[in-house]
Design a protein around this ligand. Sequence first.
Ligand code: RFL
Ligand code: PHB
Length: 389
Amino acid sequence: MRTQVVIIGGGPSGLLLSQLLHRKGIDTVVLERKTRDYVLGRIRAGILEVGFVNLMREAGVAERMERECLIHDGTLISYGDEQFGIDFKDLTGTPVVVYGQTELTRDLYDAREAMGAKIVFNTENVEIHDADSDAPYVTYRVNGADHRLDCDYVAGCDGFHGVSRQTIPANVRRDYEKVYPFGWLGVLSDTPPVSDELIYCNSDRGFALCSMRSATRSRYYIQCPLSDSPDNWSDAAFWDELKRRIPGAAAERLVTGPSIEKSIAPLRSFVSEPMRWGRLFLCGDAAHIVPPTGAKGLNTAASDIHYLYHALVQMFEEGDSEGIERYSEKALSRIWKAERFSWWMTGLLHRFPEQNGFDQKMQRAELEFLRENRHAQTVLAQNYVGLPY
Ligand code: RFL
Ligand code: PHB
């Protein structure tokens, strides 16, 4: 079998690329290791940059999102008994959008399936061959049968644990990594959010975040040791700990209820360079990871897709390889800035095991400066709403 672009991974990156290319008449096949239900069962991102929403519009899949999303003009930050707001709309003219990754991925699957897209689920042993030649191909196994797909290009959208990045020879690739000594314990509950805006909380007991998915569904996180397990946390223990870390007024009005999902995500900063090797391109979590504190993971995946989509259209429609040749450079330039912002937000808001009294004073001084200084708030806001593509 033959297609123009093989897309490895049916997460948000892979599906969005497939949908955008399809609308330009470019043929793709998506290979996904899991089932559709499994992919939709992952509870992940909640905050989208307007740039992402525009890309969903360009892909023709923004209708439900525009109806159901929540527009957020700012966010709240608390430390000790203090709380202040960052007004994104006032500082940058741009808000952010709350719409769950689960819903967005569902919309992409629905659109792709309505157009008869070729998405192969439950693929095993995916291997990319000859990516540095003019005739790459991908082999895989499904239901016990082996297949071969010849193609012009391969998009590696297979997440952090995928095969695409590993295909790039070790002597070509350089990985940069920082692993944080803690994780986030997250709870999803069908309870009204405690606040209209998200609250990022720096507390003596560790970081906490109050987020949401809708007017009736909340998402909360607390910083926890890496050795912890969700099984160690009853719902009651989670709510008690959350209340100790968030501002008193919020703790008093917090509506608690049974958790419908509870999991721990480790925090990591990671970038693999380059993001192109011959005819193989890495996109999204396959190439880079950010700690979730800046809400940038899915948003950086979207900017990769933007650059790759335009590069492939330029190639297929005009025979011009400039976009392809510069894909890695353009994508990485934006990625590193998102890495810096996520690293900075993580440092500002968490408790670190090695942190001494001086370090804590520095963190507090930085928070006070941010509370008082409009320029500092503007820098945060510009990064949070998303740097230009
Ligand atoms: P994904 O979503 O991991 O999808 C990759 C897909 O590839 C499949 N796969 C394979 N398929 C075939 N063959 C193989 N060998 C394969 N290996 C893997 C996998 O099954 C999967 O379906 O990567 P993608 O598409 O690049 O999307 C990235 C986003 O999922 C991720 O960056 C965000 O969820 C990060 N993130 C957030 N991002 C934001 O922009 N805003 C947020 O508010 C935000 N909050 C979060 C987050 C991530 C979190 N966790 C759990 C890591 C909050 C959390 C807690
Ligand atoms: C979420 O709602 O899951 C969320 C929001 C903001 C973040 C991270 C996660 O920074």
